[in-house]
Design a protein around this ligand. Structure first.
Ligand code: MN
Length: 335
């Protein structure tokens, strides 16, 4: 992040004498970066004296429940009324790790009408400039948590502490898939060094995030690979389809399918990997790829989704069969 005019504006808002009522929120199905960026920013804003409420749209995966600040956050799904009133009482509304309220369907009913000054901090492509009062967007960074680090570093680095560092660490480490993506520039590594100096215990946190499968979740991973993997060798593609019934068989909980989509990329000949999983209200499409293979275009063009070149996704409202047909067509046409 460069110290541009927008950062100066953000600084003047955050450092103003007025004690603001701020709501910080993030995207649905929160991942490590969504939680890391929103929790780190929330803690920073509280420390500099603002009244802050953090609203997470829906269930938090169990392997992120240890994160500092989680217990003080509200889950929109669990209490619409309270969250709506927190949003309408706020004078600043901040969204991290997504850039369009209309695309964050879960809360759009209440946030479309927000009166608060709206700020977006994000790293996804095509941010809608006119949707926000202040848009801080950098699509080249590893994660939104990296931007949050630079914002705190720019505004008031004395506020960094172990808790903020743990949140930012989680965001960067998970959004880069342990530095598999976005690892060709040095800044995120420099940040990691500083986070360790702030007290992050890398081994402890990596175990909390990655070595914390339940027995059921681990068996679901094995089942997905052994029984459900489709390999299209001449296209360098692989995909897995999981039905709602299969997920239930393994006592599905939020976060259980996280990581499955990346597994087929371990195969030498696989460059593109997809997971199609049936949820109660929709079909979730997850896409991953190796270096030069662009799955964002696939997500956008064929499923009206989005994301990054090596990690994208979409929600699909149709049958599993249709989702599979479209995926096969896309692979056929693009690769
Ligand atoms: Mn992110």
């Amino acid at each position: 992040m460069k110290n541009n005019a927008k950062l100066l504006k953000l600084k003047s808002i955050f450092m103003s004498k007025k004690k603001h009522k701020i709501v910080v929120t993030t995207h649905k199905n929160p991942d490590g970066d969504a939680l890391g960026s929103s929790l780190a920013l929330s803690r920073f804003l509280k420390k500099i004296g603002h009244n802050v409420n953090t609203i997470i749209p829906d269930a938090i995966p169990s392997f992120y429940k240890w994160m500092p600040g989680i217990d003080d956050s509200y889950i929109f799904d669990n209490d619409h009324e309270l969250c709506d009133s927190l949003i309408s009482d706020s004078d600043i509304f901040i969204a991290t790790d997504f850039n369009s309220l209309t695309r964050n369907l879960k809360m759009s009913c209440s946030t479309q009408s927000i009166k608060a000054f709206s700020i977006c901090i994000d790293h996804h492509l095509n941010p809608p400039e006119d949707e926000w009062n202040l848009l801080i967007s950098d699509t080249k960074v590893s994660s939104t948590s990296e931007i949050i680090y630079d914002i705190i570093d720019f505004i008031n680095p004395s506020m960094f502490d172990k808790e903020i560092a743990e949140c930012i660490y989680t965001g960067i480490y998970t959004d880069t898939n342990k530095f598999f993506h976005c690892c060709d520039h040095s800044h995120p590594y420099e940040i990691m060094t500083n986070l360790i100096k702030m007290g992050v215990n890398v081994n402890k946190i990596n175990n909390l995030i990655y070595n914390s499968y339940t027995y059921d979740r681990f068996k679901l991973l094995g089942y997905s690979i052994y029984k459900k993997l489709n390999f299209i060798e001449n296209k360098g593609a692989a995909y897995i389809i999981l039905t709602q019934k299969e997920l239930q068989k393994f006592n599905y909980e939020p976060g259980y399918t996280e990581g499955i989509v990346s597994m087929p990329l371990s195969i030498e000949k696989v460059n593109i990997s997809a997971l199609i999983s049936e949820r109660k209200d929709r079909i979730k499409i997850s896409l991953r790829s190796k270096t030069n293979y662009d799955v964002r275009y696939l997500a956008q063009r064929y499923f009206n989704g989005g994301g990054h070149k090596n990690a994208s996704g979409a929600d699909f409202y149709g049958s599993l069969d249709d989702a599979e047909k479209i995926l096969l067509k896309a692979i056929e046409e693009l690769f």
